[in-house]
Design a protein around this ligand. Structure first.
Ligand SMILES: [Zn+2]
Length: 416
């Protein structure tokens, strides 16, 4: 009997000793050794858990790839077993692991792990295979779902604000998911593809309550693995106001005009560019001397037409002709006069993020132009449905209008 087998036996014995609680598991089913003819489905049924739970607990990426002799841990049970001497702990291989790659995730030298386990450092391990490492080694990243090793999300979000979802994985994954029914748009945060993030934009009028988040990926054999959570949305601190518009301006705003303009802008900001232009915190789109005159999120009623029922951007009061700057790198995707928004510029910052600049007296950029943070986009004006010279600055993420001021305070994806 080799050293590994002895250790595996100790592991099973240790499992027998930690049994407790209720449920369908019997003592000897803390773990299960795969036999000929088993599938993950039959083992899951035997252990009284779902296939997804069993796959997640064992870092199994492809539920069709289990092997005879592989030891599977029952979900929710002890994931590591401490050897009697207390000097080592068993950790479990992920798909594709070698002795060295598994050990390195815990900060342990491949050579040391090889010696401890009596195996060559380059030896391939099957998914879930135990490997002994020193007990004082770094705490392990545990699989959350197949190859997904961590999912971080806020417990609560405010109306009109933007949350972030961070996902790490043991190998690059094509992540998918939804937040409140809208597809998540993921961005790579590291070149190795092991850390990704997505914005969680909250509509300013979304009723307070719990909303579903679903994230996962599809395995190479076509099995969708999904993690489901919910996030509590709380009310934002927004006031109400009524906007009175002059008869002259009101006359041009017939329902068909308003509707056509809405379709025009939605067609622009519903796109998702593959590039990500935007990496740093936003800069102000207007000089610091020009204060906010109407904040994002105010509930609004208009004396004319159905223009919308809340303020979808931030207004800065400034005289006509004041310079308007790009807050971050982007590409100009709209620069034209439209009825409600007046002379309007929209920047695409990549990965479903757009910013808009309305009511300009003059536009200084054209469609297709790439801009850097601080480049001049145009001049403040009073065009379109506006009651005085000001800049209206708007931010859209996946089409949802969110508070742009949040991104003057925070980097798009602050390090945790
Ligand atoms: Zn405004």
């Amino acid at each position: 009997m080799g050293r590994l087998n002895k250790l595996a036996c100790r592991l099973l014995l240790a499992s027998l000793l930690v049994v407790g609680g209720s449920g369908p598991l019997r003592a000897q089913e803390e773990s299960y050794t795969v036999a000929a003819g088993d599938t993950l489905g039959t083992i899951a049924a035997r252990l009284g858990v779902t296939v997804a739970e069993l796959a997640a607990a064992n870092g199994i990426d492809d539920p069709n790839l289990i092997r005879v002799g592989q030891v599977l841990l029952a979900p929710g049970r002890s994931a590591v077993a401490v050897e009697s001497a207390g000097a080592t702990v068993a950790v479990r291989a992920w798909p594709g692991d070698t002795v060295a790659s598994l050990a390195s995730r815990y900060g342990v030298e491949g050579g040391q792990a090889a010696e401890l386990n009596g195996l060559p450092a380059a030896r391939r391990l099957f998914p879930g295979q135990p490997l002994q490492i020193p007990a004082q080694a770094a705490p392990p990243p545990t699989a959350v779902l197949g190859a997904v090793t961590s999912v971080q999300m806020p417990a609560t979000l405010l109306q009109g604000r933007t949350g972030r979802l961070f996902v790490t994985s043991s190998r690059p994954l094509q992540l998918e998911g939804h937040w409140n029914g809208q597809p998540l748009i993921f961005q790579l945060l590291q070149e190795d593809g092991l850390r990704q993030a997505a914005f969680l934009p909250v509509d300013a009028l979304l009723a307070p309550g719990a909303y579903p988040l679903e994230v996962g990926y599809t395995t190479s054999s076509g099995v969708p693995l999904r993690l489901q959570r919910s996030i509590l949305v709380e009310a934002g601190p927004y006031d109400s106001q009524e906007i009175v518009v002059s008869q002259e301006k009101a006359e041009v705003l017939t329902p068909p005009v308003v509707q056509a303009e809405r379709e025009r802008v939605v067609s622009v900001w519903s796109q998702v560019s593959p590039e990500r232009f935007w990496l740093e915190r936003f800069q102000r789109p207007i000089g610091a001397d020009y204060p906010t005159t109407s904040p994002f999120g105010t509930r609004r009623t208009y004396s004319v037409a159905d223009i919308g029922n809340f303020h979808a951007g931030q207004d800065f009061g400034a005289p006509e002709g004041t310079l308007v700057f790009a807050p971050a790198p982007g590409r100009v995707v709209l620069a034209e006069p439209i009825a409600v928004r007046g002379n309007a510029v929209i920047l695409d910052h990549g990965r479903g993020v757009f910013s808009g600049y309305w009511h300009l007296s003059e536009m200084k950029v054209g469609v297709g132009m790439d801009v850097a943070a601080g480049d001049v986009l145009g001049l403040v004006g009073n065009t379109g449905l506006s009651t005085g010279a000001h800049l209206h600055w708007e931010l859209r993420i996946g089409g949802v209008a969110v508070d742009p001021m949040q991104f003057l305070e925070e980097a798009p994806f602050p390090a945790p």
